[in-house]
Ligand binder design. Structure first.
Ligand code: HEC
Length: 109
């Protein structure tokens, strides 16, 4: 009896975790739209074709993705990116940055 209770609780935790991970990605996609990132970037052919992000989840680590979102100027200098207009540094709430990173990590090719 106790054992099955523990198993049920573990299964519940698992389901809740998966659900919140999906919520995070959905929130990230919403932040991307709210912040109009598509003015300079494209995902799945929608937006500015000069800045495709379709494979960015393969190309960049979570740490680098986060760095772009909190310190775009620093990353522009570090990567010697030359495309204009360059990316401005955003000051988004931590939860939105985390959500954007989670979303970008799903963009793989
Ligand atoms: C004013 C234009 C502009 C806007 C708006 C903008 N970016 Fe950028 N972003 C750039 C430029 C320029 C680079 C440098 C790399 C390049 O040339 O694409 C870049 C780089 C990036 C990178 C690294 C790409 C890579 O291939 O290494 C990510 C990730 C990124 N931006 C995400 C975002 C997100 C998310 C938003 C919205 C919150 C956003 N950007 C808004 C111009 C912009």
């Amino acid at each position: 009896m106790l054992r099955s209770c523990i198993l049920a609780a573990a299964a519940l935790v698992l389901v809740v975790n998966v659900a919140s991970a999906q919520d995070k990605v959905a929130r990230g996609a919403a932040v991307y739209a709210e912040q109009k990132c598509q003015l300079c970037h494209a995902i799945a052919g929608k937006g500015n074709a000069k800045g495709p992000l379709d494979a960015v989840g393969t190309k960049l680590s979570a740490a680098d993705l986060k760095a772009w979102l909190v310190d775009a100027k620093g990353m522009t200098a570090k990567t010697k990116a030359t495309r204009k207009p360059d990316m401005k540094s955003y000051t988004l709430p931590d939860a939105d940055v985390d959500a954007l990173v989670a979303y970008m990590l799903t963009l793989k090719k």
